[in-house]
Ligand binder design. Structure first.
Ligand code: NI
Length: 158
């Protein structure tokens, strides 16, 4: 179990540099390109990663560690999208913010004890799950969006 966890943590550590490598130097037309009218642009994906890191991913982990079986509220992405704060939407700001937020998350993750990893929370969509399971979802979420950025770039370059 611990080896799998180490692997997931390493994965989380590598996401910032993977993002930098993928999007550095992109012009606005590439950043704002949408493969489909209802899909997210790369800029929006980056903003989603920053906001999720602060308000969903780390927040849920912290609540699982600090509260007894917390009720975790589902995250409404449509609502987030409609009301999202676009005040730090420049590429450098998004990358810097992600880097800072990810480091803050890793700071907490690296301090977790065995007794913390088995603590649980409840979320209506996923049911009851442990901090360890949440780490798995977190790393998987990074993978999904890195892939999505790659797909956007490929569609833009066509
Ligand atoms: Ni997402």
């Amino acid at each position: 179990m611990a080896i799998a966890r180490e692997k997931l943590i390493t994965q989380l550590e590598q996401t910032t540099s993977a993002l930098v490598k993928l999007v550095s130097g992109l012009e606005d037309n590439a950043l704002d390109f949408k493969p489909e009218t209802d899909s997210w642009s790369i800029r929006e994906i980056l903003a989603h990663l920053v906001d999720d890191e602060m308000y969903v991913m780390r927040l849920r982990l912290v609540r699982i560690v600090r509260e007894d079986l917390p009720n975790l509220v589902p995250h409404d992405e449509k609502k987030w999208y409609l009301h999202r704060n676009t005040s730090r939407d420049k590429l450098e700001e998004l990358l810097e913010d992600f880097s800072i937020q990810r480091r803050a998350s890793l700071g907490i993750i690296q301090m977790m004890r065995e007794s913390d990893w088995i603590r649980e929370g409840i979320q209506p969509e996923y049911g009851q799950f442990s901090a360890e399971k949440w780490l798995e979802k977190w790393a998987g979420h990074d993978v999904v969006h890195l892939k999505q950025i790659n797909q956007n770039l490929a569609a833009f370059q066509k």
